[in-house]
Design a protein around this ligand. Structure first.
Ligand code: HEC
Length: 111
């Protein structure tokens, strides 16, 4: 009887922790890793080695309407001109994470 109670308590405990964890919240630490592998080649330090003006600094993101999670996830998923699409190479979560990372870094001016 006592074993059963302990088991039930354990299951309840696991359930409540699982429910309170923010399941799909963007993880900028993971985003930083995605960025260094997939984006830094062209966007090192938030720049753009292909099209200098289209960098990831706050001012440029604002100017081109790229200063939101939606806009960045969209360009990363579908690509644009010389930037390729990543929707076949990255998961939705990775794209969310890297977009959050880009916005966070732009706020800090990539320092
Ligand atoms: C092969 C080089 C290359 C790689 C790799 C690359 N990009 Fe880009 N990126 C570009 C180019 C070129 C543009 C400009 C596209 C345009 O508007 O013509 C751009 C534009 C952008 C913009 C919009 C910037 C602005 O000011 O309008 C964002 C945001 C962005 N890239 C994020 C990323 C992220 C995040 C990754 C990694 C998942 C990535 N890029 C990988 C070349 C690259």
């Amino acid at each position: 009887m006592q074993k059963l109670l302990t088991l039930i308590l354990l299951v309840l405990l696991l359930l409540t922790t699982a429910l309170t964890l923010p399941v799909s919240a963007a993880d900028t630490a993971n985003g930083a890793e995605v960025f260094s592998v997939h984006c830094a080649g062209c966007h090192i330090n938030g720049g753009n080695i292909v099209r200098r003006g289209k960098n990831l600094k706050k001012k440029a993101l604002k100017k081109y309407g790229m200063d939101s999670i939606e806009a960045i996830t969209s360009i990363v998923s579908n690509g644009k001109n010389n930037m390729s699409a990543y929707k076949d190479r990255l998961t939705e979560q990775q794209i969310q994470d890297v977009a959050a990372y880009v916005l966070e870094q732009a706020d800090k001016d990539w320092r």
